[in-house]
Ligand binder design. Structure first.
Ligand code: C2O
Length: 486
């Protein structure tokens, strides 16, 4: 069943109006989650006796106590995402359903917690790792349903982080701090922000910045279950993704016309992936259940807002400015040059590209210079950060992330070593770098384009044991994209 676009847009319009007219938090709008718009709060503002935490503990404990035949059982819920051995399941990564799929996952998790805790006002808190650089204290301790023993020190649990571990300064600056996050939110290109268009669920054409940077980093940094497909076994998973979801709403505020108005994205149903608060599997939207992007774009409609915002998210699909490729030089693996911990990809000339770049200054429509790292093989040792530089002048050994050619960093979580693709593909926005580097000099047609990838260990105390040869992408390309109707 396809969503009728006109109906959907009309409903969206009417809905925003209705919500503005109502008292914040007391909206009479009845989404599936009940008749109120609840507030998802920053976990840093909560204590062990906050109702959200009490209900979350109660609900999680109840889920853990349910039999395996019940789809709401803790392990069964985690297995929607992946297995205890680490393989990935129905979860969507590396494509444009990454955000809506995880939003629906959180929505049903919230519903189950409401049911099992008896607290119908329950809203999931979020962990804002852009300012709080350690796993919240409420998620540790013996006999705490919110702790995860595999997090701290079981065989194969990875990094063994503990309650006192803090994301290192270098990692804050690469992956999570507010400078990184506002850079990610600034990009107008939905694919670069959130993941690339795909034909089918399960495809992995490209991870956006939010996924390939901070999202993957947090999974990896926590380690244990969080490093695997079975990450929802660790209760912190839910608060991590709640923050990812919150950042989606923040992006939409900055780019209300930015989401794709495309039935492939909007209408694809995650049929049979989730179960409702009573443990019934959800196979269609005919019951009103929101299992597609179209049904979850307005969070009021599914019963929540985030605490720092008191108005509905002002999105507009009718004005969607889909991006199209204007020019795209490919830097192939054949001309890659390897150094100790770095690899350079270079073109000889960039005629078409430089012409387009020079005219960027005159454009008033959003555009972006996208960088694509295609099919990066997932290294066995994932204790690695890859810093990406565009047209740097220094030798790779002298580069640091304060260099003006620094474009951002990626790290690994989901890759399709279990799927049909060669590895993980990452998209980045290098427009800010281009703007910085070519503010006062032209980008000449004979100037080569160079992309440098520098590896370093994610955990500074342990060296990365992989090799840069192994890690090099199959292909690197630069894509100049602008609005379709420009
Ligand atoms: Cu589907 Cu952060 O995981």
């Amino acid at each position: 069943m396809k969503v009728n676009r006109r109906e959907f847009l009309a409903a969206g319009g009417v809905l925003s109006g209705a919500i503005c007219a109502n008292q914040w938090g007391l909206s009479a709008w009845g989404g599936q989650g009940g008749s109120i718009v609840r507030v998802r709060k920053d976990v840093a503002t909560l204590t062990a006796s906050s109702p959200e935490i009490l209900s979350l503990k109660k609900g999680v404990a109840a889920m853990k106590a349910l039999g395996l035949m019940d789809l709401r059982n803790w392990r069964r819920q985690a297995e929607i995402h992946g297995t205890i051995l680490g393989a990935f399941g129905n979860c969507q990564h590396g494509n444009w359903w990454f955000l809506p799929w995880h939003r629906v996952y959180l929505y049903y998790f919230e519903e189950i917690i409401r049911q099992l805790s008896g607290d119908d006002d329950f809203a999931l808190p979020y962990w804002d790792w852009s300012k709080d650089f350690s796993v919240p204290g409420l998620f540790w301790g013996q006999d705490n349903p919110l702790a995860n023993p595999a997090r701290s020190g079981e065989v194969g649990s990875g990094r063994n982080i503990g309650p006192d571990d803090i994301i290192s300064d270098a990692n804050q600056r690469r992956f999570v701090n507010q400078t990184v996050i506002s850079g990610i939110l600034r990009s107008p290109d939905f694919a670069v922000f959130a993941g690339e268009a795909a034909a089918m669920l399960g495809d992995g054409p490209g991870q956006g910045r939010l996924e390939g940077g901070p999202h993957n980093f947090i999974h990896n940094w926590i380690g244990g279950d969080m490093q695997t497909g079975g990450s929802p076994y660790d209760p912190i998973f839910w608060l991590h993704h709640c923050n990812v979801d919150r950042l989606w709403t923040e992006w939409v505020r900055r780019h209300p016309d930015g989401m794709p108005n495309d039935q492939g994205w909007l209408g694809t149903k995650y049929a049979g992936h989730f179960c409702d608060r009573n443990g019934q599997s959800i196979t269609s939207e005919s019951t009103g259940a929101p299992i597609s992007a179209a049904r979850v774009l307005n969070t009021d409609e599914i019963g929540y807002r985030y605490d720092r915002r008191t108005s509905a998210i002002p999105f507009n699909l009718a004005n969607a400015s889909d991006m199209r490729l204007l020019a795209g030089p490919v830097l192939s693996r054949a001309n890659a040059q390897f150094a100790d911990r770095a690899v350079d990809f270079k073109t000889a000339s960039n005629e078409e590209f430089s012409g387009q770049v020079s005219s960027l200054a005159d454009r008033d429509k959003p555009y972006s210079v996208r960088l694509r790292l295609k099919d990066v093989k997932i290294p066995k040792d994932r204790n690695v950060a890859v810093d990406v530089y565009f047209n740097c002048l220094k030798a790779s050994k002298d580069l640091t992330i304060t260099d003006s050619s620094y474009a951002g960093s990626v790290t690994f979580f989901h890759g399709s070593h279990e799927g049909s693709h060669g590895g993980a593909t990452f998209l980045m926005d290098v427009s800010p770098v281009v703007a910085r580097l070519y503010a006062d000099r032209p980008f000449k047609p004979d100037e080569p384009i160079k992309v440098t990838l520098v590896t370093s260990s994610l955990n500074e105390a342990e060296p990365w044991t992989g090799s840069v040869q192994e890690l090099a992408p199959q292909q690197v390309s630069i894509e100049l994209v602008g609005p379709k109707n420009d």
